[in-house]
Design a protein around this ligand. Structure first.
Ligand SMILES: *Cc1c(COP(=O)(O)O)cnc(C)c1O
Length: 393
């Protein structure tokens, strides 16, 4: 063999006895075959075999298997983002003339996808009150193919009664999808409560380090596997094994991170609630929250993302007060090691329900910094807002 060829062809080394606790990063577009007959018969390897990098590598399959076990589902697919998980969860099951019913509190880009693309393709898009089963019952019809849930809802944190929603949807022959990014499968298992498809923004808590984007969808029933797999193939969607391995690494500590951050969140919430400028904190794990009963029944824990509503007329002071923050960063997304705040508008993202309060909610995500530094930050922001309100008066 000549040197130029040696540079290209990789020698095989002995891997016997190499059992690492880490998952190897297997990169591939091409998969090679031992002989021409194997190549010709590659279709016979089936979906669990390997034929082309687009359809999976041992690294991505490992993450999929881990998520399938946690979600208690039949099969998981990885996609490039949580938003992609949501769109791919519904695309294979809709055609012109069908209907989709979406919780009014769904992740705003999901609404945008439905209003722009599904509508353009002739799908009837409607929204329902996430807390009002009779509203859903009024809107569901024989054309409805999917009832989309997100629990708790984006920003306003309403927990849906998934078992009853699923019962109603299934009676009408519709599938139920649920975005589980807030709780993660550690704290909520939508598939065991009646959902047919569950999606995760792995980007958030499961990956944790604010350095990658990835999403997953898991189905309860084997019959949903083929339509999703073939849609992903036709659209040419696949994920990097490097990203998958980062998620596998991050998720080993998911349980302790969630436990810790939710406890710290509760102590920050107590401080916020005691402030004269705060009207209410939206967090289903609070016994005073309207969603507490259903949360307690269906969830085994909480994450550390919550929303703050200020007293009337105060919200316009909030954005400039965020400049006093020392430890919290200002930014979108959440669920990372770094604590984050983001002022969120709500009104423009609601159509089946009306948002009556000020159009600014402060979303807070608690990370892993020293709790005292976070408390000091919250105290400083509250003091700054209070002083601005006094000057205003
Ligand atoms: C952030 C988020 C997503 C999307 O995740 P990306 O990976 O950022 O696309 C989906 N659903 C909810 C509820 C989210 O908060």
């Amino acid at each position: 063999m000549k040197d130029l060829t040696r540079c290209v062809i990789t020698p095989e080394v002995n891997t016997e006895g190499f059992k690492s606790l880490a998952v190897g990063v297997h990169r591939a577009s091409t998969i090679v075959f031992d002989n021409a007959a194997d190549y010709a018969n590659r279709g016979a390897r089936g979906p669990d075999g390997y034929s082309y990098g687009l359809y999976g590598t041992p690294t991505t399959r490992t993450l999929e298997a881990k998520l399938t076990a946690l979600e208690q589902g039949a099969r998981t697919f990885l996609v490039p983002s949580g938003q992609a998980a949501n769109t791919i969860a519904v695309l294979p099951f809709l055609k012109a003339g069908d209907g989709i019913l979406i919780a009014d509190t769904a992740y705003p880009p999901m609404r945008d996808f439905a209003d722009t693309d599904l509508d353009r393709f002739g799908v009837e898009v409607d929204y329902y009150d996430p807390l009002d089963l009779s509203d859903l019952e009024r809107r569901i019809n024989s054309r409805t193919k999917i009832v989309w849930c997100e629990s708790p809802g984006s920003t306003t944190m309403e927990v849906q009664d998934l078992p009853r929603i699923a019962q109603l949807a299934h009676k009408h022959g519709a599938l139920v999808g649920c975005d589980n990014t807030w709780a993660t499968p550690i704290n909520y298992k939508p598939l065991s409560l009646g959902a047919d498809i569950v999606t995760e923004g792995l980007t958030k808590y499961i990956a944790e380090h604010s350095d990658l984007l990835l999403g997953s969808l898991t189905v309860r029933d084997e019959r949903l596997v083929a339509p999703i797999r073939s849609t992903l193939g036709r659209l040419g969607i696949s994920v990097s094994p490097d990203d998958a391995s980062m998620v596998l690494r991050g998720m080993e500590t998911l349980g302790v991170r969630m436990q810790h951050s939710s406890e710290v969140a509760m102590s920050l919430i107590e401080r916020l609630q005691a402030s004269e400028v705060v009207e209410r904190v939206l967090y289903p794990a609070l016994p005073t929250d309207p969603s507490y009963t259903v949360w307690q029944r269906d969830f085994t824990g909480a994450s550390a993302v919550f929303s703050v509503i200020f007293k009337p007329g105060i919200a316009n002071h909030v954005p400039s007060s965020l400049d006093v923050l020392q430890t919290f960063a200002i930014g979108a997304s959440w669920g990372g090691t770094r604590s984050l705040v983001a002022p969120m508008p709500v009104k423009g993202h609601r159509s089946a329900t009306k948002w009556a309060g000020d159009d600014l909610i402060l979303r807070i995500s608690v990370g892993l910094e020293d709790p005292q530094d976070l408390i000091d930050d919250i105290d400083a922001v509250l003091a700054d807002i209070t002083s601005r309100v006094r000057v205003d008066r």
